[in-house]
Design a protein around this ligand. Structure first.
Ligand code: HEC
Ligand code: HEC
Length: 293
């Protein structure tokens, strides 16, 4: 009887030791296995079903799971840090596609997810489409390259480049239906006046974009790190072929988004001020658009 109890205890002891050894070895293997990213750093592979918000106040961009993830993430980087990847100051000269140090999101605010700031959400499905500028049907790659050669004052990205592939993957990913087409701005009460606009510029815009309109760099010249406040004219700005150099684009953009951070539902500028300051910006010097060979 006593012997039986002792034997039983021995058996329990052996079990306990084996059990502990098993857990220790699992823990040791666990330390050496690559850990998956914490779930909170990965988005589902499927595109967002609601309008995404990649503003600093929003959820932010998360790398989607799945094989398209890296391309989509590179597309996001290209839109937000264009200057650091394909800008005129990147070390690899062959990668200097953009001619200025803007980012796509200098205009397509919050990586194209800002409804009032030239949104890119949902546009994927609208291509190929007829372009009034070109008077023919164009592909999305061609449309991207119009911003490359005009807004970015640079050269076209080759269709087969990983940059074009990445931009298309990102735009497909945020391609939920369907944005309302941009409306031209309402006409102002008085004809636009660059002279009145100069006053608006000095009192409202110069605080960020500087009185000389050349903006404020993030770091120093030639570091490929772009701007805190982008230039509105001058050699490092969009060229005179860009949509932003036209009233029908710049007036609503400025009215609804500037000063940056203003609530589009409660614009700070009157319609008249938006037209006047746009007239002032349009009157300033900028690079000339040169059609590509
Ligand atoms: C200086 C401002 C500016 C910059 C910088 C800029 N764009 Fe644009 N982009 C515009 C304007 C203005 C339009 C015209 C919007 C419209 O048609 O409603 C536009 C249109 C587009 C469209 C077509 C949208 C549509 O509704 O069909 C795409 C795609 C696009 N841009 C991609 C890019 C990419 C990619 C970059 C960076 C490589 C970029 N843009 C940089 C101003 C800019
Ligand atoms: C509080 C700072 C601030 C003020 C004030 C401000 N902006 Fe901006 N603006 C920005 C920032 C920042 C961007 C780039 C957007 C981004 O990176 O998110 C920008 C982008 C722009 C752009 C498109 C990008 C480019 O380089 O051309 C235009 C046009 C513009 N602003 C015009 C104006 C005008 C006109 C005013 C005055 C009515 C104004 N802004 C006032 C901060 C400001």
């Amino acid at each position: 009887m006593l012997y039986g109890v002792v034997a039983e205890m021995n058996r329990l002891w052996i079990f306990a030791v084996l059990f502990a050894a098993f857990f220790l070895s699992m823990a040791a293997i666990g330390l050496h296995l690559p850990r998956p990213l914490p779930a909170s750093n990965v988005a589902p592979a499927a595109p967002p079903q609601a309008w995404p918000d990649y503003s600093p106040q929003g959820g932010g961009f998360l790398v989607p799971a799945g094989d398209q993830g890296p391309a989509i993430a590179y597309g996001y980087v290209l839109i937000t840090r264009t200057f650091a990847n394909i800008g005129p100051e990147v070390p690899d000269k062959a990668m200097r596609f953009a001619g200025n140090n803007l980012a796509c999101q200098s205009c397509h605010l919050d990586a194209g997810t800002n409804r009032a700031g030239l949104p890119l959400v949902g546009i994927f499905a609208t291509y190929p489409k007829f372009s009034t500028r070109d008077q023919r049907v164009i592909s999305l790659a061609e449309r991207i390259n119009e911003c490359m050669t005009r807004s970015m004052n640079g050269r076209a990205l080759p269709d087969a480049s990983s940059e074009m592939t990445a931009l298309l993957a990102f735009l497909r990913y945020i391609g939920i239906p369907t944005p309302a087409p941009a409306e031209p701005p309402e006409a102002p009460p008085l004809p636009a006046s660059a002279e009145r606009g100069a006053t608006v510029f000095a009192t409202v815009c110069a605080a960020c974009h500087q009185q000389n309109g050349l903006g404020v760099r993030r770091g120093s010249a030639n570091d490929a790190d772009g701007y805190v406040f982008p230039p509105l004219w001058g050699p490092d700005s969009y060229n005179d072929g860009a949509g932003m150099d036209r009233y029908r684009r710049i007036v609503s953009f400025v009215r609804l988004n500037m000063p940056r951070g203003v609530d589009p539902q409660h614009p700070q500028l009157t319609l008249q001020q938006a037209w006047d300051v746009s007239a002032y910006v349009i009157a300033q010097p900028r690079p000339a658009y040169r059609p590509q060979p």
